[in-house]
Design a protein around this ligand. Structure first.
Ligand code: ADP
Ligand code: MG
Length: 430
């Protein structure tokens, strides 16, 4: 117990009477406590500002600044209010005792004092202070744990709901989409047939009745016949694009199984980019964001929860897009490579404004955001860190200097054990 009291720092004796000081100092030193001395309130405050004691033994009647005023100032400052203060004074009347305690002192010892009593009280208060500190630390830890758990719950809930919604929409789009796509070719044929018929009519009945002649004069039927096949071709292209988006949506949102599955991370990155396609397009003054992909050819499929990993890609890419809002030639570079036989690295870099030191320190904190209400939640990166570090035993780091853009590095273990169950892509689709 002695060791733990010693480790909590030194006791500051504030007194202007040399005999008091020497008696007290000796007693405390003998008990193994480190001590320092100040002769009045002002000197004490100066010392405390430089280094904080674990406890203060404070005389009341002193020159320059008395003990009550010293105590009042210490309690008024946030940095010193937690230091326990014991008054030691010849003012033993009730009013003075009440005043001392109401100023925030933890104890009040009347002079002349008994050495043993002072020592016992000092020890009690040091222990109390230590226990309070420990308790505060525990509360802080628990609060952080709770906050993390809450973030995780929100994330799971959000992912599950969003995943179902997106998968549902993708599924619903498929039937009408297939209907349009499959009917384009027959429509081409019917139009060809009708055009042939029309041409034959024109050949054999070159002098039609006035009603037909009027219609031919008022409408540009030749142009319509030439343009119709082009129109159908562009419809075909659009259906292919919708099909691609639908597949990306399903890939992005596929429900994660209880176990990790072997996944092509490039497919995840590409699906995420397709979904973010509307955000990389030019926006007001800002030109379209060019996305450079430097994909490593030797990246194996990695064992992971694919929709959680896609969520991380989405969070980091969405932040990069936000950061590029006022950049003249915005670029996002995505690089993937194997760093050894068991780990792959994914780098997502932007040429935005980068991070200040303060933002860098708090980047991954839950609820930390520099964006206005409604735009930022401050959850993206803390969720991403949980997914990468806790769910996948990987690493997530950010490199950035102000004005020099931002680079997020993800390192994921591949753990491509050949005996692991493999979920086929089609089985993973809805
Ligand atoms: N690529 C980036 N460039 C500049 N700042 C970034 C970048 N990515 C993240 N940040 C900073 O980190 C903060 C936290 O990001 P995040 O956790 O995703 O929350 P949110 O995007 O909702 O603010 C952002 O508000 C922003 O200040
Ligand atoms: Mg974000």
């Amino acid at each position: 117990m002695k060791a733990s009291i010693q480790s909590s720092g030194f006791v500051l004796i504030v007194d202007d009477t040399p005999t008091n000081i020497s008696v007290l100092a000796q007693a405390l030193r003998q008990a193994g406590l480190a001590i320092r001395i100040a002769n009045d309130g002002v000197a004490a405050l100066k010392q405390i500002n430089q280094e904080q004691p674990a406890l203060i033994l404070l005389d009341v009647q002193m020159p320059v600044m008395d003990g009550f005023e010293t105590c009042r100032r210490l309690k008024a400052s946030e940095t010193t209010s937690h230091i326990p203060i014991i008054f030691m004074t010849a003012l033993s009347d009730k009013a003075s005792r009440v005043k001392g305690l109401s100023l925030g002192a933890v104890d009040y010892i009347a002079k002349p004092f008994e050495q043993d009593e002072v020592l016992a009280r000092v020890k009690v208060h040091l222990q109390l202070k230590q226990l309070t500190d420990q308790l505060e630390q525990r509360v802080e830890e628990r609060t952080r744990e709770l906050q993390n758990a809450q973030v995780q719950l929100v994330q799971q809930e959000k992912l599950a709901t969003l995943g179902q919604l997106i998968a549902g929409i993708a599924h619903e789009i498929n039937n009408p989409m297939a209907c349009i796509a499959n009917n384009i070719e027959p429509a081409h044929e019917y139009i060809r047939d009708l055009a042939d018929l029309l041409r034959l009519y024109q050949q054999h009945y070159s002098d039609p009745v006035s009603e037909i002649r009027d219609l031919l004069e008022n409408r540009d039927i030749d142009f319509a016949l030439k343009d119709l096949p082009k129109l159908l071709d562009s419809m075909q292209l659009s259906t292919e694009r919708i099909k691609k988006i639908s597949i990306s949506l399903r890939n992005f949102s596929r429900m994660d199984a209880d176990t990790k599955v072997l996944t092509d991370i490039h497919e995840g990155l590409d699906s995420t980019l397709v979904i973010l396609g509307h955000r990389t397009k030019s926006l007001g003054e800002r030109p379209e964001i060019s996305v450079m992909k430097v994909y490593g050819g030797d990246i194996p499929e990695i064992l992971c929860f694919p929709s959680a990993i896609n969520q991380v890609f989405m969070n980091i890419l969405a932040n990069a897009i936000d950061a590029l809002e006022n950049v003249d030639a915005p670029v996002i570079t995505i690089t993937t490579k194997c760093i050894n036989s068991d780990h792959v690295a994914i780098e997502i870099a932007d040429n935005g404004p980068g991070l200040t030191e303060i933002v860098k320190q708090r980047l991954f904190d839950p609820l930390f955001t520099t964006k206005p209400v409604g735009k930022g939640t401050g959850l993206g990166l803390s969720i991403s860190r949980q997914i990468i570090v806790e769910k996948h035993q990987g690493q997530i780091e950010c490199f950035s200097d102000p004005g020099k853009g931002c680079k997020f590095l993800l390192v994921l273990p591949t753990r491509t054990v050949s005996t692991e169950p493999r979920m086929s892509t089609t089985a993973a689709l809805v």
